[in-house]
Design a protein around this ligand. Structure first.
Ligand SMILES: [Mg+2]
Length: 357
């Protein structure tokens, strides 16, 4: 049933939306509850969630990102009240419907414009990513994020971080992309891993004029740029700012990234070339709502620095890491856990997850 008319509603036409699909554990802090489920089973878990349904859940790792994305919608509607090219937020959860009442109460408590949910009763969330027209999937579950990447959806693993939400910009959504194996394919990263820095530099010099392949976040970044373009055209302050923060060296290996962005027609507001140095200080200066990187060491350093970091489980870095022993689920049975998940190397850009865009 629709809520009262005074409350903002998500767009009816979902063919134009930029859809962020996320698990309940990405939006809210359900770690204790998840632990309880694994220790006590489904029936006890549902009983607990019903008993505590009036108890508001704490903010999860993607909460501030979602809140800021919804704030961008207000700016878009100020430009054009009939514009349906908005952020649409969808929860796709393994949670049982009976446990979902607490999640809904928490959405209402925080006043989020979030009306679309799948409480899937243990079913793999990937089953529904296409049905929801997903442009980005966020989950604390690495296997789920990896399965989504393999199915052609931009996806990342979110983590609890120790940052102060109050430090994040209120008037602008800031998103930081890594370059290799995030915006771009991992083709150069593979050369680096196989032949070292000298081999990498030689490869980049030889291919300086050749654009890089598309990485898993290219389509998401392009959708973000489309929304930014509305504000450029209207000559209004932009409520979104995007950043490339790469370990590449600017002078010797940066040119190829710029050629690639130009070839794609993709505008990124700022590019930072760290030449192998830590990314954390620059990330602290940017204060992003989401930092997307494929390297676990960059993610760990960012999280330690209080940055909301999300790992893109794709490419040579992911393949080289130890098998994930993550059995945590989104609060329900673990059936179908290994339904997908062979670790293929390359993102299949030909497999368009979303049609008509
Ligand atoms: Mg990378």
């Amino acid at each position: 049933m629709a809520a009262s008319s005074s409350r903002a509603q998500p767009p009816k036409d979902t063919t134009k939306t930029l859809t962020i699909t996320l698990s309940a554990r990405a939006l809210f802090d359900l770690e204790e509850e998840d632990k309880f489920f694994h220790e006590n089973g489904l029936d006890a878990y549902i009983k607990l969630m019903v008993e505590k349904e009036k108890e508001v859940l704490g903010k999860g790792p993607a909460f501030e990102f979602v809140k800021s994305a919804l704030a961008v919608n207000d700016h878009i509607r100020q430009l054009d009240k009939d514009d349906d090219e908005l952020f649409d937020i969808v929860i796709v959860s393994r949670n049982h419907a009976q446990a979902g009442s607490r999640i809904i109460n928490s959405i209402n408590h925080y006043g989020l414009c979030l009306e679309r949910l799948s409480l899937a009763g243990g079913t793999d969330p990937n089953t529904y990513l296409g049905a929801w027209n997903t442009d980005l999937f966020l989950s604390p579950d690495e296997k789920d994020a990896r399965s989504a990447i393999e199915a052609g959806f931009p996806a990342a693993v979110v983590y609890k971080y120790n940052g102060d939400h109050k430090d994040l910009p209120k008037d602008q959504l800031r998103i930081v992309f890594d370059g290799d194996a995030v915006l771009f394919s991992d083709e150069s990263e593979r050369v680096f891993k196989e032949k070292g820095l000298a081999g990498f530099q030689q490869n980049e010099e030889q291919k300086a004029g050749i654009p890089l392949g598309e990485g898993p976040m290219k389509t998401f970044a392009s959708r973000i740029a489309q929304i930014q373009e509305k504000f450029h055209k209207a000559n209004k302050p932009n409520p979104i700012r995007t950043y490339l923060v790469t370990a590449r060296s600017g002078a010797s290996a940066g040119q190829r990234t710029l050629i690639t962005l130009r070839d794609w027609g993709l505008k990124i507001d700022e590019c930072h070339y760290k030449s192998g140095a830590s990314k954390t200080a620059i990330l602290k200066a940017i204060r992003p709502h989401l930092f997307l990187d494929d390297s676990q060491s960059h993610i760990d350093a960012a999280l330690k620095g209080g940055i909301p970091a999300a790992k893109v489980p794709y490419g040579i870095n992911y393949e080289n890491q130890k098998p994930v022993g993550n059995k945590k689920r989104d609060g329900d049975p673990v059936e179908g856990e290994d339904a997908k998940g062979t670790m293929k190397g390359y993102y299949h850009v030909t497999k368009k997850a979303k049609s008509g865009k």
